[in-house]
Design a protein around this ligand. Structure first.
Ligand SMILES: [Zn+2]
Length: 401
């Protein structure tokens, strides 16, 4: 079989087929293509006439230097892909040194994506914006890198780096819907591989996470049990059992990792006062460090709907409110309750601007101060005890006033 280098004269070479066809190589028809070569066939009987080896990078650059117009065009692609590779290797996460040092507690990782609008975008030069894969640790984005469609390469590369840096402190990873969309593409071919990579790295999958609207928002993967850590669990109820009262902090961190529309990040969960007390301070700290504006509401589930709520501004300001008679209609607060509220530090309602009891103090703008105020309000004003059922609602607020 005749074979040619790609940048040789095969297009002008004369061929004669046993069937009688005669013509130049450029008149032959494209046949099967393989990784290293392509076949050219007789246009009359479709038998194979000759093969051509695809050019190597060096052959293309040499042909371009010699003035071949096709090679010159192709060498532009090579330059583009080189600059892309260089950009990529500079930005991807490959070393534990690129990650922040661990604090004391557990680390919950998350993968999500973010659109960025700061050119240039070597990966997508034609686009107005670029999508980046974001690594989130305990609610804070710590690393961004370019993302390709339909590849689990980032997972295979990033998980070992995380394990090396954080060891057993890393307990779980949440892979949000946007990250799944990028990594898995249509999911048909990638889903098995995705699950295999996580399983191989020691993770077990929790029940897929849904927003309160029932929409799938991502998967949480928990690292397989170590002797001194909770077992991987199969659903949210077990999760609560395994993680104890700290599960509430888990749920909120998971919402913090969701970068999609606000309704996807909305959390509504029933719990008791002891669970709220256990996690509220840390939850408020985490909401404060997020760049969005959040609202957190804690309310009673039995009797009149008594509630306290906190607005967490983008700048980290904590503005607390406690329900007043204005919203309680027939069930007003008693005289004794109205005396207890200011004693705890609440400011009187000042309608029409402020219908509720309110509290904000720059010197006490911390998760622990506000958490303490809220929990004391439930205990001493609303007369709740540890096991009274409450509802916690957390959501990002789009209202920028
Ligand atoms: Zn022929």
């Amino acid at each position: 079989m005749l074979s040619f280098a790609y940048y040789s004269d095969w297009k002008n070479t004369a061929f004669t087929c046993p069937c009688g066809w005669q013509g130049s190589g450029s008149g032959a028809e494209d046949g099967e293509e393989f990784k290293d070569l392509g076949e050219w066939d007789c246009p009359k009987c479709h038998e194979r006439l000759f093969i051509v080896f695809w050019p190597t990078r060096e052959e293309t650059l040499a042909a371009a230097a010699a003035g071949d117009s096709e090679a010159i065009a192709e060498s532009e692609n090579i330059k583009y892909s080189d600059s892309r590779d260089e950009y990529w290797s500079k930005n991807k996460l490959t070393s534990p040194a690129q990650l922040p040092d661990p604090g004391d507690g557990v680390i919950r990782a998350g993968l999500t994506t973010e659109e960025t609008a700061s050119p240039p975008y070597p990966l997508n030069p034609g686009l107005e914006k670029d999508t980046q894969l974001c690594l989130v640790l305990n609610g804070t984005v710590v690393h961004r890198e370019p993302v390709w469609y339909e590849t689990i390469e980032p997972l295979e590369r990033i998980l070992p780096v995380l394990h090396e840096k954080y060891g057993k402190c890393l307990t779980s990873i949440f892979i949000g819907e946007p990250a799944c969309y990028w990594l898995l593409g249509d999911r048909l071919s990638m889903l098995g591989k995705y699950e295999e990579v996580l399983t191989k790295n020691g993770y077990a999958k929790l029940q897929p996470i849904r927003s309160t609207g029932g929409k799938w928002v991502g998967d949480r993967w928990v690292r397989a049990s170590e002797p001194d850590s909770p077992n991987p669990v199969a659903d949210l109820e077990n999760w609560r059992e395994s993680y104890g009262p700290g599960f509430l902090g888990f749920l909120v961190d998971e919402r913090l990792a969701i970068r999609g529309p606000g309704d996807e990040a909305r959390l509504t969960v029933e719990c008791d006062l002891a669970e709220v007390e256990f996690s509220l301070s840390e939850i408020l700290d985490h909401l404060q460090s997020d760049a969005r504006r959040w609202i957190l509401i804690v309310r009673t589930l039995s009797g009149p709907r008594l509630y306290v709520q906190v607005l967490v501004t983008q700048e980290g300001g904590l503005w607390a409110e406690c329900v007043s008679d204005f919203y309680l209609e027939e069930f007003g607060l008693s005289e004794e309750q109205c005396e207890a509220l200011p004693a705890l530090g609440w400011e009187w309602p000042s309608p029409p601007a402020k219908q509720n009891w309110h509290f904000h103090d720059e010197l006490m703008n911390t998760g622990s101060a506000i958490s303490g105020l809220l929990v004391r309000t439930f205990r001493t004003v609303f007369h709740c005890d540890d096991i009274d059922p409450l509802e916690v609602v957390v959501f990002p607020s789009s209202n920028n006033k």
